[in-house]
Design a protein around this ligand. Structure first.
Ligand SMILES: NC(=O)c1ccc[n+]([C@@H]2O[C@H](COP(=O)([O-])OP(=O)(O)OC[C@H]3O[C@@H](n4cnc5c(N)ncnc54)[C@H](OP(=O)(O)O)[C@@H]3O)[C@@H](O)[C@H]2O)c1
Length: 297
C-alpha cells in the first residue's frame, strides 16, 4: 500500500458517500478526519478521526480545519437534509465551506457534484446548486478538482428513503438502462486526484462504474446471492411523476435523453477496477436487516 500521512478533512463523513469516501482514503494511506454534528462513535468504529462540526456553519469548518491542520478537503452539500430542499440554501452552505477552506489556505479541495448537473431541466431542483457551486469553486482561486458521480449503487439499500434491500428482490425508481457508481469508487477517485495534483488540479472527472437496466441489476444480485432475484419498480411511473416530480424529471434525463454522457469505459481509464453491480453487491455484503448476501456453505 502506498502510504502518506497527509491529512484530509471529509465533510459529512457519516453519510452514505462520506463513509465510503473515508474508507477508500484510509485504505490509500491518508490520515482521515470526518465531520459529524453528533455521531462521533459511528466514525470511530470505522477508523475515521471524528470532528464535531456542522458543515453548514462556516465557523465550524474553520475550527475543524484549524484543529486538524488538514490542507485537503473532500466536500459535498446535502439538498434534501441540511438545505431542507432549498437550492438557494444549498448554494449558501456550499459557498460557506469553500470560503472557510480558502481562509484556511486549503491546497486541494475536492467537491462532489453530479454528472451532467448542468443538463437537467428546471424541474430537477435538487441538482440546481451543483453547477453554480462548481463555478463558485472555480472562481474562488482555491486549488480544486470536481468529481461528478452518477446514480449511487447505495440507492438499492436505502432504508431512510423507503428502499431497504431485501432478499430476492431489488427495487429502484427506473427499470431502464442507467449509469451507476459505488460511493467507494468516489473515494478511490478522490485518492487518485489528491495523489496526482499535477493531473487533476482544475479538472473534473465523471464517476461512472457500470451501466445496465434493473433486470441486469437483479441478475447481478442473483449471481452473488445464489438465489433468484426479482426486479421491481418502487412505484409505477405515473405515480413517480405525481409524487416525486423532481426525481421523475431526473430519471427522464436518464431514460429519454440517455444521460449522463460519460461512460464506464472512460472512468475505467482512470480506475480500471471500478465496481460493477456484481462487485458492489459483494462489497456491500448484506441486506438491510444485516443478513449476509453471500451465505457460507
Ligand atoms: N443518491 C445518489 O444516487 C447520488 C448520486 C450523485 C450525487 N449524489 C449527491 O450525494 C449527496 C448526498 O450524499 P449522501 O447520500 O452520502 O447523504 P446522506 O447519506 O443523506 O448523508 C447526509 C449527511 O449530511 C449531514 N446532515 C444531515 N442533515 C444535516 C443538517 N440539518 N445540518 C448539517 N448536516 C446535516 C449528515 O451528517 P451528521 O448528521 O452526522 O451531522 C450526513 O453526513 C448529495 O449532494 C447528492 O446530490 C447522490
Amino acid at each position: 500500500m502506498n502510504t502518506t500521512t497527509e491529512k484530509i478533512l471529509v465533510l459529512n463523513a457519516t453519510g452514505k458517500a462520506g463513509g465510503n469516501v473515508c474508507r477508500a482514503l484510509i485504505e490509500s494511506g491518508f490520515d482521515v478526519y470526518g465531520t459529524t454534528r453528533a455521531n462521533k462513535k459511528s466514525l470511530v468504529d470505522k477508523g475515521i478521526k471524528p470532528v464535531l462540526c456542522n458543515y453548514t456553519v462556516r465557523s465550524d469548518i474553520e475550527k475543524a480545519l484549524q484543529q486538524t491542520g488538514a490542507k485537503k478537503v473532500f466536500a459535498m452539500t446535502d439538498y434534501f437534509g441540511a438545505a431542507k430542499s432549498n437550492a438557494d440554501e444549498e448554494i449558501r452552505q456550499g459557498q460557506n465551506a469553500i470560503n472557510a477552506a480558502k481562509a484556511a489556505g486549503v491546497d486541494h479541495y475536492i467537491f462532489m457534484s453530479v454528472a451532467d448537473a448542468e443538463f437537467f431541466n428546471e424541474h430537477v431542483k435538487h441538482l440546481k446548486a451543483k453547477p453554480i457551486l462548481e463555478q463558485y469553486l472555480h472562481d474562488s482561486g482555491i486549488p480544486y478538482s470536481i468529481l461528478r458521480p452518477c446514480a449511487f449503487f447505495e440507492n438499492f439499500d436505502d432504508p431512510s428513503n423507503w428502499n431497504p434491500l431485501k432478499k430476492g428482490v431489488v427495487k429502484f425508481l427506473t427499470d431502464k438502462n442507467c449509469k451507476y457508481c459505488a460511493t467507494y469508487d468516489i473515494g478511490r477517485a478522490a485518492s487518485i486526484c489528491f495523489k496526482n495534483p499535477s493531473d487533476w488540479l482544475g479538472n473534473t472527472l465523471d464517476v461512472i462504474g457500470w451501466q445496465g437496466n434493473l433486470s441486469q441489476v437483479a441478475e447481478a444480485l442473483s449471481k452473488v446471492s445464489g438465489i433468484p432475484v426479482k426486479a421491481k419498480l418502487v412505484m409505477p411511473k405515473f405515480l413517480r411523476s405525481l409524487f416525486l416530480k423532481d426525481l421523475h424529471h431526473m430519471f427522464l434525463y436518464y431514460e429519454v435523453e440517455k444521460g449522463p454522457r460519460g461512460t464506464p469505459e472512460d472512468f475505467k481509464k482512470i480506475l480500471p477496477d471500478a465496481l460493477s453491480a456484481e462487485d458492489w453487491f459483494r462489497f456491500h455484503g448484506q441486506y438491510s436487516n444485516g443478513e449476509k448476501i453471500i451465505v457460507e456453505r
